[in-house]
Each structure stands twice: as structure tokens, then as C-alpha cells.
Write a protein that binds this ligand. Sequence first.
Ligand code: IPM
Ligand code: MN
Length: 358
Amino acid sequence: MYKIAVIPGDGTGPEVTVEAVKVLKVAADKFNFKLDLTEFDFGGERYKKTGETLPDSAVEELRRFDAILLGAIGHPDVAPGILEKGILLKARFELDQYINLRPVKLYPGVETPLKDKGPDDVDFVVVRENTGDLYTGTGGFTMKGTPHEVAVQSAVYNRHQVDRCLTYAFEYARKYGKKTRGKGDKNTLALCGKTNVLTYIYDLWERAFNEMGEAQYADIEREYYHVDATCMWMVKNPEWFDVIVTGNMFGDIITDLGAMVQGGMGIAAGGNINPEGVSMFEPIGGSAPKYTGKGVINPLAAICAGQMMLATLGEEKAADAVEKAVMTVTGEKLESLQAGRMGYSTSEVGDLVAENIA
Ligand code: IPM
Ligand code: MN
């Protein structure tokens, strides 16, 4: 029995979450485990009514769950930053979900802008550090509103944050890596940084990466790419990548690129992972307000978030069954992954995946 907190959130979040829950229930029946779901209404509507984002008491409540499934956060009537910082980032930081795990995998039948690349070429994962960098560095204004206004926002990392992220990434590469990638016959971990300009932050990352790799992970091949080059190769030669580890800001940016490479926001999912605590799974895309309530949004990203949740809970067989069902649906059914062009409604896509598991 798993206790799962469900936060459908804003916009199309609730519609896609319903489909993810539908699929999870079928997988639970088939693979003999139970889900005890509790829904929470955090999001833009609640904020508008009560002024509350994610209260401290809710964080304490969420700690008692085995995992959290999140739809989307973001409301057109609420100023940017309030819900993002108040709900999403607060959950990530308070629950110390220090890894943001984002697979980039092209499923059969899915159109990618990289026309001549197929599912064998696009199959890597980004391990994004999820607690530091520009996201939590300090900053401020001086002379605000004057022509001489100064704004500062600092990128901050400590060795502990870097080391625990690298440990996760090396372990992930050891466990799930593919020897067919990289240059040698070992599994490969690539560090994405900017050592030529960010000579403090990524110097720390690079030293920690090499020290840990030499001392504990001689079986893993180490590679290094600057972030701008990473973007270039993700499009030109995605088959080079297997496991990429990077800081929070670069991880944010390259995983939106990754989402497009794998066919768009309709399919891209991620996990905010605390390996020792409560993790939270979400589609990478936003709340897509313009599609709200129309039944046209693609629920596969939310379903894939559910699949990552099952894998992290240790239900590997159920997770594999969900992924295979998603592949069958992309390969044999959907006309496109884009909202309104799937050839099916949101709930029909959920049904198709559910049928394929059952
Ligand atoms: C993401 C999002 C968030 C981030 C925003 C909404 C705060 O872009 O999950 O990638 O920057 O991490
Ligand atoms: Mn992002």
C-alpha cells in the first residue's frame, strides 16, 4: 500500500492528473499493490481565494506520504513567481528533493524535429541538481528605479549539494547506463558546465566530479561538455548522451530542449527526487491555461510522471508495463503528441494506455 498525495494544480493539470491516476490504478490492480490517494487543492484558485500557496502545515503533511504526484502550477491571473516559488519550489526545497531527474527518450511513432533520429538515438537522462544555484543564491537591488539601478543574483553551491547530486548521478549511470554510449566500453556520465566562464561554480563541480569519479567510480567513463555545446550536441548527436549531470539553472534550460527533442511537452516527465525522503513527480510542461477544460491536452507526460513514480517506489514491473503501454499508444495510435491533434481526447488517450496495461 502506497500513500500518494495528488496535487492536480492549475489549468490543464487536473485533466492530465485524472488520466495518470486512471493508469496508476490499472497498474496497481494488475501488479498487486494498492494506492491510497489523497487530493490537495494547492494552486492558483486556492491562492486567489485564501492568499495561501503551500502552507508550512501542508509541507509537514506531505512528509508523511510515500510520493507526490503533481499536475501543473501556474495561473494566468497570478503574477509570475508567486505560485512557482510558493508551491513548486517550496515543495522541492522543503522536502529536500535534491535531484530533478528528467529522461529524454523518443518513443516509437513520435515526431521529433530531428528527422533522421529514432528511438535508439534519443534515450538519455538529465540529472539536474534541484536545490541550489541561481535558484537559492542571494541577491538584491540597490538604487532601484533609478537609471543607476543595480540588480545582483548570485549562483551558490556548496560541496555537500554538489557531492550528493554527483553520487546520485554516478550510481544512476552504474545501474541504468548503456555501454553503447560514449567512447569506450564503459557506462558514461557527462558533466554539463561552463568552466570557461563560471570559473568558481563549475570549477567546484568539475573537481568534485573528477575526485569522486577517480576514487569511487573507476567503472564509469567521465565526459565534460560546456552547456552551450551540450545544447548543440543534444540536437545534432543526441546518441552521444546517456546520463548528463548538471546544476539547477543549466538543468532547467537543457531539459526544455530535451523535451522538444523527445517530441514536446506532451510526453516529457520529471521526478523531484529525495532518495531518502518524499519525492514528487510532474509533467515538465506548464498548466497550458488556453487548453483548460477542452479535453484536448495530452496526458502522456502526466502518465509518464506516474510511471517514474512507480519505478522510484520500487514497482519496476508496473513501471515497465506503463512505459510499454505508452510506447504502444505512441507507436500505433496517436496521430501527434500535440494538444488537439492526437486523434483522441485526453481521456481517450488515458483509456488507451490503461487498456494496454490491463
Ligand atoms: C521546471 C520549471 C520551474 C523551474 C519553474 C516553474 C519554477 O521551469 O520545473 O523546469 O524553473 O524549475
Ligand atoms: Mn523549466
